[in-house]
Design a protein around this ligand. Structure first.
Ligand SMILES: [Fe+2]
Length: 286
């Protein structure tokens, strides 16, 4: 019996009684898709699956994306990443906290992520939360004049464009080869969800550095104003992980940020999550 319960916050839904390791039937998966699109965040509780089963589940949501920083890919599973403070790469503070700023995944890519999931393997007693913003709620609350002003605009995005701004952690830089793979790319400032058609503010933090056809200062000021509107408590859900959670969010309708963490210096300090980001539509909608 699968049970859906609201998360402790302004939005999001927890799912009990589902076993990803046993395989998720198409009909059940469709219900999960619909629930994610309605609630932005899903947390599948008490999972015990291995990496193969997790990746199989990930593929039910779209095409898993190998990260542009190839050294961050999980050994043996290039479409997955190990996120946290336990890997060799995470000894570097910049790499360890390279998601500790507001962003949505692959917004620097012409074909960005449509969902991201993190499977909690090790969780510290304190810290290591992820915060998520409901960008549809933020859009719906804009006044009519602002909506009319922005509805047809395209923002320009580039990996690392706003790195270290607003007191946020900087992101790890790309090397020349990696940077050549992700040149500047436009996305609508107000973007329609590829399955539901719902409209929401898209990617106004992290990679947006200007507005197409607008003077640089004016474009930056508009993006900063929209970001400030979105980063309000009433639009934010903060997830405190438990081991076994698969937390996922609709990257077309949200921004997210990791809380910065230190190196593990004792019991209950390790953080390890397996990340999968996908692009495209789930198979049932193709
Ligand atoms: Fe992210």
């Amino acid at each position: 019996m699968i049970e859906f319960r609201p998360l402790d916050g302004p939005f999001g839904c927890a799912v009990y009684g589902l076993d990803v390791g046993a395989g998720v039937a198409a009909e059940t998966c469709r219900k999960l898709h619909e629930t994610l699109y309605e609630h932005r965040v899903l947390v599948l509780k008490d999972q015990t699956c291995n990496a193969d089963a997790y990746l199989t589940f990930g593929r039910q949501w779209g095409a898993p994306i190998p990260h542009v920083i190839d050294t961050s890919r999980m050994p043996g599973f290039p479409e997955m990443m190990e996120v946290g403070n336990t890997t060799e790469r995470s000894k570097d503070a910049l790499a360890r906290n390279s998601a500790a700023f507001w962003h949505t995944d692959q917004s620097y890519d012409a074909d960005p992520a449509t969902a991201t999931m993190l499977y909690a393997r090790k969780i510290p007693d304190v810290g290591g939360e992820t915060r998520v913003i409901d960008m549809k709620a933020a859009y719906d609350d804009l006044d009519e004049a602002t909506r009319q002003r922005i509805d047809k605009l395209n923002a320009m995005h580039l990996y690392g464009a706003t790195s270290g701004r607003d007191g946020e952690a900087p992101t790890a830089a790309l090397n020349k080869t990696q940077a050549a793979e992700v040149p500047p790319t436009p996305h609508p400032l107000v973007r329609a969800h590829t399955v539901t058609g719902d409209r929401a503010l898209y990617g106004v933090a992290g990679t947006a550095f200007g507005i197409d056809g607008m003077a640089a200062a004016e474009g930056e000021a508009l993006i900063a104003k929209l970001k400030a509107h979105c980063v309000q408590d009433r639009y934010i859900y903060e997830h405190k992980y438990q081991v076994g959670d698969i937390a996922m969010w609709d990257t077309q309708m949200t921004l997210h940020a990791a809380k910065p963490i230190g190196l593990p210096d004792g019991e209950g300090r390790e953080r390890l999550l397996w990340r999968i980001s996908v692009r495209g539509k789930p198979a049932v909608y193709q």
